[in-house]
Structures are given as C-alpha cells and as structure tokens.
Write a protein of this length. Structure first.
Length: 638
C-alpha cells in the first residue's frame, strides 16, 4: 500500500476526462445539429461538404438566372405578339388598298395608318426592355438568320488561331478550307434577262469588280474564289426617288450543304428598263456608279463576312459599310451638295458630326479619312485616291486575314486607340481629321466624284464613262437568268460564337451553372426587329395600286420573320424551364448528399450521449472510491 502515487485514482481520472470530452462533443453535435462543427471533426468530410455547399448556392442562383431568362423570353414574346397583330392589321390595309375600286387619293389615306403601324413597330423595337437592357437591338441578329431548314443559325466566327484565306470563310472541323462546289439558281428569271438593260448591268458589275480588285489588290488576294454567282432582280423596289438599288446575302442550308445566297435588286422605277435605250451617257454613268456601290457591298460581304454577316457578333457600323461602298461609287451628291472647297470650318465640322446619322455622306468622308489615317501612319500624307485606297486595302486585308474587328484594325494600323476613339475624334473634327477634310475638298475641286477608281477630281461621267466595257472579272458574276443564286458548300458548318456578354452586345449569356464552363452558360440572342430588318429592306407603301400589291409580299416577309423570332424565344423558354427543373432536382439531391456528410443523426447521437453520461457518472464514482483507498493507511498508523 502506497500513498505517494494514487494510481487507481489517476486511471479513473484519465478515463473520466476521456468520457467528459466525448460527452462534450456529443452535446455539441446534439445542440448544433451538425456532426462536423470544425475541420478536426472530419477534415475530408468538411472539404467535401463545403464544396457541395458552394455548388448548391451556385445552382440555386443559376436557377434564378434561368428564371430571369424565362422572363426575358416572355417579355420578348409579348412584344412580338403585338408586332404580329400590327402586321395583321397592315395586311388588312394592304389588301384594301390593292382593290381596283379605290383611287390613289383613297390609298394615301390608308397609307397614313400604314406609316403609323411602321413607326410603332420601330418604337416597340426600341422601347422593349428587361432590367433597363434593350431586348431588341439594332446591332442584333437579323431575323432571316433563322431561315435555315434545321432551325439553327449558321455562325461564321471561328475559334482563335484559325485563319481564312478563301471567300466566305468556311473551314471544316480539321481547319481545312472548303471551296464552293456549285451554284444553284433560286427564284424565277426576270422578264428583262435578255435585254440590253440587263446585259449593261451584268457588264458594269464585272467592270466594277475588276476595278475593285485593282483598287484593293491585297484584299482580293486574301479572300476571293472565282465565279461566285449573283442573281439579278429588276423590279420596282419602292418607287421613283427612293432606294436606287439593294444588294443582299444570307446563309441557308439545303440537304447537307451550306448555302450562301447572293442577289442584287435594281429599282426599275428609278432606272426604267423600258427607257434604257433613251438614257443619256450621264444617266448610264449614274446607274454604273450605283452598281459599283452595290458590288462593293457584295465583295465586302464575301471577303469580310465576319463583320458584314447578318447577326455578326462584332458587326461593322453602318457608316463604315455604306461609306466603304461610297468610296467606289463616289459621293453621289451626299457631300458635294452640302460642302465645297470654300465651305467654312463650322460647316465642315457640322457635317463631320453626322458620322453615325448620315452614313452615305459623313460616313463616306469618315471612311475616306480612315483609309488616309492608315496610309499617313506609313508616311504617305498626300490626300490622293491612291493613298486612301492603299490605306483602306491594308485595313480591310487585316480584318480578312487576321480576323480582326474594325476596332482592332484601327488600333493596329492608325494612331487612334480603336473604333470609339476614331469615331469620337472624327465627329468632333479634331485637328487631324478637319485638316484632311479641308484637303480632301480641295483635291475634289468641287467637280470630282471622289471615287477611288480614279483621281478624286474626276467627275462621275468620267469615272464611269466606259463602265459597261473593258476589263472584266470572274470572281463575282451577275447571272441575269435568275433573281437569286445560292453558292453551295460541301457540308453544313457551324462555328462557335465569340464570347460576348456585355450590355449592348447581340449575344448575352445566362449563367445557369456554378462553374465557368461553356456547358453552364446558355446563349440568349437579341434580334433586330426594326421595320427594315423584318421586311429585309422592304417598305409599307399603299400610295399606288402597284405599291400596295408589292406591300402584300413585304408584309408576308415581315410576318414570317416575326414568327421565326417568336419561335426562337418560345423554344428557348421551354429549354430554360427544363433547365430550372433540372437545377432544382440537382440542388435537392446534392443537399441530401451534403446532409449525410454534415448533419447529426440525432437518434444515434442521443444513444451515444446517454451511454457517455452513464460512463461519466460511473467514472466519477470510481474516482471517489479510488480517492478513499488511501484512507486505509490511517488505520495502520493508529
């Protein structure tokens, strides 16, 4: 018997401390409801649980984001439903105006309501918003980009690293260039197909392309396939004094092929086929200039498809599209009727301030200056057609070969930091652009057309005097036998959209997952539903019987485009509703899994707690008894 060391007491105390610690942890689990309250409880379980918690919170927010997408689609569908109702009323009015028992005066009264309907459609486009974000945008996708038979939009934006060196910009999944296989006639032949008038347009277009290839040689070398067929539609577009001509292209599919449709419309009200034989040389030169303008559009559609295509992610601004086309045809009075070499600086500045609102005039001057700015950075500071053409050729070749946006090309090739910087400084007429404008007006000398096909001071009649003769070019061929041609490519190619979620972009993304992956984002397209987009360039006009009949077809085109866009948003809404259901299901089951890892099983833990309570009480009793053992020594000392 010893008194220095109470070993039985020490053992009882140690066991009691263990039991007390276990009981405390059990009490903590019972009071908190979690079996993991700190990393020490279960390090691996805590890491898995925390990851699941982040996923659950992210998926819950993703479900809310998808619901926002549903709301977006519902608002868009509501607006489009009203547009559809307006088109139904417009159809009723057009049918009424097409009746032969009405006078043109009666039709003008009907046209008043037609104009109001047209204005309201444009207002609906501009005023329909979600969270102050416009649902429809002028830079958005064209409704006819949904025309494909399989319901999918063909996109021409390639992944980074891939390059283009052939027209239309199609490559297969291995990066191999795909060239046109054949051209197929689409649309019935015009009644003017065999006329001198049609042949004049055909020859003039070939001559214009030849001059374009000489003006922009590097662009043509970068991307042009031979014998691209373009259909010719000779008809009254909108009556005398309106649109002179139009050039169109668009994507489509036929079987297992991708189709690029090209066609040109020339307004027979402004350029009468019946009166062609009596047209003066000046009138023919004017028509040739218009054709050169439209052919420039088609060449740019082909070689610069990324920025010109319907629904492009980074579209070129209209001032550049129209301004570049005007560089071939000359200013056509847009500049010469407003400015001369004797104009004051104030008048010039006022004109330049209209860059975005007067695309054919100020846009033309801005595009000319842009070409000059590229050339001047390389030391070519003389304001000549050669220097301007060289600069524009370098700019457009950079966009074609390097797949640069206009913003990137301006930043790379001029002293401006990008498109916005250029636009702001030109519109405000900074010293450099104002000096150019003054020199450009002097170079035109008030008599020149300002076309890049020759010196700036040559008149339109001089530039296009022999438009229908001389050199030709087979890269782009006007075929007078049909109104439209589809240039066929060997398979259906779909290229991914460039990531663009900024406000004002034509493509937004709904983040419906918890990770930064393509699968966790759903693209939401914004469309242009303005009148000129829905009608594909047509107008509502019931002032004459002929115009009223044409308006019937225009309304059909608009109605079909509205239905296409509504179908897109309806299909997307259905998809998002399924997305929400799936997300909620994943959240529920992930929560159940996380609960198994983190939550306390109250029944099991209560049994453990009760057991430990009994052990703790027993331990306390044994410790008391062990402490009493040493008291027996006192009886030996008595």
């Amino acid at each position: 018997m010893v008194v220095q060391h109470n070993l039985s007491g020490m053992n009882a105390n140690r066991q009691l401390n263990i039991t007390t610690g276990i009981t405390a942890k059990s009490s903590e689990k019972l009071s908190s409801g979690y079996k993991i309250n700190r990393a020490a409880d279960d390090a691996a379980g805590l890491a898995i649980s925390e990851k699941m918690r982040r996923q659950i919170r992210g998926l819950n927010q993703g479900s809310n984001n998808a619901q926002d997408g549903v709301s977006w689609c519902q608002i868009a569908d509501g607006a489009l439903d009203e547009v559809s109702n307006m088109l139904t009323r417009a159809k009723e009015l057009a049918v009424q105006a097409s009746n032969g028992t009405l006078t043109d005066n009666d039709r003008r009264y009907i046209n008043e309501e037609m104009m109001k309907l047209s204005n309201e459609i444009d207002r609906t486009h501009a005023s329909t918003t979600f969270n102050d974000i416009p649902i429809f945008t002028e830079d958005g996708y064209a409704p006819n980009s949904l025309r494909n038979a399989d319901g999918n939009t063909l996109n021409i934006n390639l992944p980074s690293g891939q390059s283009i060196s052939v027209s239309l910009g199609f490559v297969d999944s291995d990066g191999n260039i795909v060239t046109p296989a054949n051209s197929e006639a689409i649309g019935s032949a015009t009644s003017y197909a065999d006329s001198d008038y049609a042949r004049f347009i055909q020859n003039t277009a070939a001559s214009a392309v030849s001059k374009l290839s000489q003006t922009f040689p590097n662009l043509f070398a970068a991307a042009s396939s031979p014998n691209i067929q373009i259909g010719l539609d000779l008809s009254s577009i909108d009556g005398r004094g309106g649109t002179l001509a139009q050039a169109w292209f668009g994507f489509g599919t036929a079987g297992d092929s991708t189709i690029m449709n090209y066609w040109m419309k020339v307004d027979t009200a402004d350029y009468s086929a019946a009166n062609f034989a009596d047209m003066t040389a000046a009138e023919k030169a004017d028509l040739a200039a218009v054709i050169a303008h439209e052919m420039t559009h088609l060449v740019m559609d082909d070689t610069l498809t990324d920025g010109m295509a319907p629904g492009a992610v980074n579209p070129y601004p209209k001032w550049f599209k129209e301004g570049a086309a005007q560089t071939a045809s000359g200013d056509n009075g847009w500049l010469s009727n407003r400015l001369s070499k004797s104009s004051s600086d104030a008048d010039i500045k006022n004109y330049m301030s209209q860059l975005k609102s007067m695309e054919y005039g100020a846009g033309y001057l801005g595009t000319m200056y842009l070409g000059y700015a590229v050339s001047a950075k390389n030391g070519n500071t003389a304001v000549t057609s050669a220097n301007i053409a060289q600069g524009l050729d370098a700019l457009m070749t950079d966009m074609a070969r390097n797949r640069h946006t206009l913003n990137q090309a301006i930043a790379a090739l001029t002293d401006y930091s990008g498109q916005a910087d250029f636009e702001n400084k030109f519109s405000s007429a900074d010293a450099a652009s104002l000096s150019f404008a003054r020199d450009f007006l002097n170079a035109r000398n008030d008599t020149g057309a300002g076309a890049l096909f020759s010196s700036l001071d040559q008149s339109e009649s001089q530039v296009f005097a022999n438009a229908a003769g001389g050199a030709t070019n087979s890269s782009y061929f006007i075929n007078t036998d049909n109104t439209k041609y589809g240039n066929s490519y060997g398979a259906i190619y779909e290229f991914p959209q460039k990531d663009s979620g900024a406000a004002g972009a034509s493509l937004l993304y709904l983040q419906v997952g918890s990770e930064n992956t393509e699968e966790d984002r759903i693209p939401l397209k914004r469309y242009n539903i303005k009148m000129d987009s829905l009608t594909e360039g047509g107008t509502f006009d019931t002032t004459t019987l002929e115009n009223a009949l044409e308006t019937l077809e225009t309304i059909n085109v608009a109605a079909m485009n509205v239905s296409r866009v509504r179908s897109y948003y309806g299909a997307l809404q259905n998809r998002l509703e399924h997305t929400i259901k799936n997300l909620d299901n994943v959240v529920e089951n992930t929560t159940a899994s996380e609960s198994l890892i983190r939550d306390t099983d109250m029944a099991t833990e209560m049994v453990r707690y009760s057991n430990n309570n009994i052990l703790m009480q027993a331990g306390q009793s044994m410790l008391a008894q062990a402490n009493q053992t040493n008291q027996g020594v006192l009886s030996l000392l008595q």
